[in-house]
Structure formats: structure tokens, C-alpha cells
Design a protein around this ligand. Structure first.
Ligand code: FES
Ligand code: FES
Length: 159
């Protein structure tokens, strides 16, 4: 076992992890953050996307020991109290969620993307979501939701 220190959704925590533990297992199993989903477990579906030091990464492909002294943001860290993040609100408003399995990964991919691209166009958003597989809604509504959220975040100076 190795002790790591991570900032998870704004709070620093010390954890004991095995060298072979994947980040998705630590998040879901040890920390109970089950909003992050495991689809393929092989880096193909995007369901496990989280933000690591502000970048969108796949939690099924990262070992927990690699995240020592890192800042991790998961879908649970977006909402502030009862207030949804603009991305969450936009996905609801645009009816961009059906079964919801892909939704946390899409939102976390979009969150990192908007930080780097605060004024994206539709093509940029399509490329951002291209690695997040959805079997239910197609991509039209999620793309609209990300564009609406980016607009709302610019107007309200929301991060
Ligand atoms: S579960 Fe990580 S990419 Fe599919
Ligand atoms: S909403 Fe079901 S997989 Fe995307």
C-alpha cells in the first residue's frame, strides 16, 4: 500500500492505495463517488472522464498512485449546494440525458474543454464530445447543451 494525497472536489484527503488500483476504482470504491461511470474499462467510451489538474482524463486508464498531490474534479464536485453547474442545467434544459450513463463523462469532458475554449463553435463542441460514446440521445442535444452552457458561463463569469 502507498499513501497518496489528493484534492478531491476541493478537499485534500490522504488515501492508502495499492500500486495497481485504477483511479476509477479509488473514486467509486474507496471514496463512494459513483457519479463517475465505468463503461468499457479500456479507454474507448469516455464514460469515466474526470478532470485531473484541470484536464479531461480517463479514470480507467490512470493508476491512483499517479495522482499523488493532484487536484481531481468529478461530477459530484460541480454542483455548489443546491445550485447546479451551468453544464448540468443546460443538459437538463436541452433534454440531453436519457439513461444518463454517459452524461457525467460528457459533462466533465465539456467542463475541461470550456476552460480552454470559452467561446466554442458547434464543430469544436462536436469534436470535444466525439470521444464520449452515447447509445441513447445521439449528439445533437448534448452539443446544444454544451454551447448553451458555455454561453451562460461567459455571461455569469462561472468556472
Ligand atoms: S470506462 Fe474509461 S473510457 Fe470507457
Ligand atoms: S444517455 Fe444513455 S448512453 Fe448517453
Amino acid at each position: 500500500m502507498k499513501t497518496i494525497r489528493i484534492n478531491i472536489n476541493g478537499e485534500w484527503k490522504k488515501l492508502k492505495v495499492n500500486p495497481q488500483d485504477r483511479l476509477i476504482d479509488t473514486l467509486r470504491g474507496q471514496l463512494g463517488l459513483t457519479g463517475t461511470k465505468e463503461g468499457c474499462g479500456e479507454g474507448e467510451c469516455g464514460a469515466c472522464t474526470i478532470n485531473l489538474n484541470g484536464k479531461a482524463v480517463l479514470a480507467c486508464l490512470i493508476l491512483s498512485v499517479q495522482t499523488d498531490e493532484s487536484r481531481i474534479l468529478t461530477i459530484e464536485g460541480l454542483q455548489k449546494g443546491l445550485e447546479l453547474h451551468p453544464l448540468q442545467t443546460a443538459f437538463l434544459n436541452e433534454s440531453a440525458v436519457q439513461c444518463g450513463f454517459c452524461t457525467p463523462g460528457m459533462i466533465m469532458a465539456a467542463h475541461a474543454f470550456i476552460r480552454e475554449n470559452p467561446e466554442p463553435d458547434m464543430q469544436m463542441v462536436k469534436e470535444c464530445l466525439a470521444n464520449n460514446l452515447c447509445r441513447c440521445t445521439g449528439y445533437e442535444k448534448p452539443v446544444k447543451a454544451v454551447l448553451a452552457a458555455a454561453c451562460s458561463m461567459r455571461e455569469t463569469n462561472h468556472d
